[in-house]
Design a protein around this ligand. Structure first.
Ligand code: DIR
Ligand code: MN
Ligand code: MN
Ligand code: MN
Length: 302
């Protein structure tokens, strides 16, 4: 009973209403049944605190709703740290991707040399200086690397949370100029759609995990729903053409699940207000089911 489902019902890292309803949508899609089917306690183990809408203002156009992001990611980092300390596997559902500032900060306090697999169409490596939108969901990896506003880089302590060689991108295909500059300067490992097509996801995941194992003690998967092909995810805020298809997404999950040092996963950017039905949440729930299935022999799932 070691999977700990943690919800992060918030949207302050981006501008479209709806991601705050992501966790409820995934629950409605059957998340508790999925947990039960895989022998896990069908409960919400924790929920990150979220400021009310009227408490959050859009003061700085290059750091929109900063106060709202700081509040939730600070709370989340404590929840994630404590969950991992209890030998549980944090399974997070969001919420927009800025939540990863808290996830990474929390995990890193327990695992100083943390590895990250970032499944996303985007680099999420912007800073207030480079961001085209001012949305903090485009910044969490820069923050983890120690770049960006101090209120964000200080969550979980002032040390740098992530080393560039401990990060791998899967599915990247929409990168801003400042992000590309950072990728090049820091030599960050990228597997784009071209690489996935020509080499196959199996080979890529084997290589990615072997690469992380060289210098990290454990890793987690951050799964942005917009990494998937837009035909699969109507309910996510920033869809990008030519994305990852279902079989390849499952291959990512399977390779992660097979590793003993796989310690957490998050599914983010589910926005049920952007579609008629609940398709994207249903898909997130299905993928979580696949992940738990693949993890049935995992040391943290007893
Ligand atoms: C864009 C979009 N690069 C930005 N980022 C998104 O606003 O910084 N990340 N959508 O998931
Ligand atoms: Mn993202
Ligand atoms: Mn994205
Ligand atoms: Mn290292």
């Amino acid at each position: 009973m070691n999977i700990a489902y943690i919800s992060v019902p918030y949207r302050y890292g981006q501008g479209k209403p709806g991601t705050e309803q992501g966790p409820a949508a995934v629950e409605q899609a059957g998340l508790f049944e999925t947990l039960a089917v895989h022998g896990q306690e069908a409960v919400r183990y924790g929920e990150a605190a979220v400021l009310s809408e009227d408490a959050v203002r859009e003061e700085d156009p290059q750091l929109k709703r900063l106060e709202g992001v700081v509040h939730t990611t600070n709370d989340l980092h404590l929840i994630v740290r404590d969950t991992l300390t209890e030998q549980r596997f944090p399974l997070l559902v969001g919420g927009d991707h800025s939540m990863a500032i808290g996830t990474i900060a929390g995990l890193q306090q327990v695992v100083p040399r943390l590895g990250v697999i970032w499944f996303d169409a985007h680099g999420d490596l912007n800073t207030p200086d480079t961001s085209p939108s001012g949305n903090i969901h485009g910044m969490p990896l820069a923050v983890a690397l120690g770049e960006g506003h101090q209120r964000l880089t200080e969550i979980g302590g002032s040390d740098v949370k992530l080393q560039p060689e401990h990060l791998v991108f899967i599915g990247l295909r929409d990168v801003d100029a400042g992000e590309q500059e950072l990728i090049d300067r820091l030599g960050i490992r990228v597997y784009d759609m071209e690489a996935i097509r020509t080499r196959g996801m199996d080979t890529i995941m084997e290589e990615a995990i072997a690469y992380l194992k060289e210098t990290t003690d454990a890793f987690y998967l951050s799964f942005d729903m917009d990494g998937l092909d837009p035909s699969l995810v109507e309910g996510t805020g920033t869809r990008v053409a030519d994305g990852i298809l279902l079989d390849d997404a499952k291959t990512v999950l399977r390779h992660c699940a097979e590793q003993e040092d796989f310690i957490a996963a998050e599914f983010v950017e589910v926005n049920p207000l952007l579609e008629e039905g609940n398709g994207t949440a249903l898909l997130a729930n299905e993928l979580i089911g696949n992940l738990l299935q693949y993890m049935r022999n995992h040391r943290l799932v007893k």
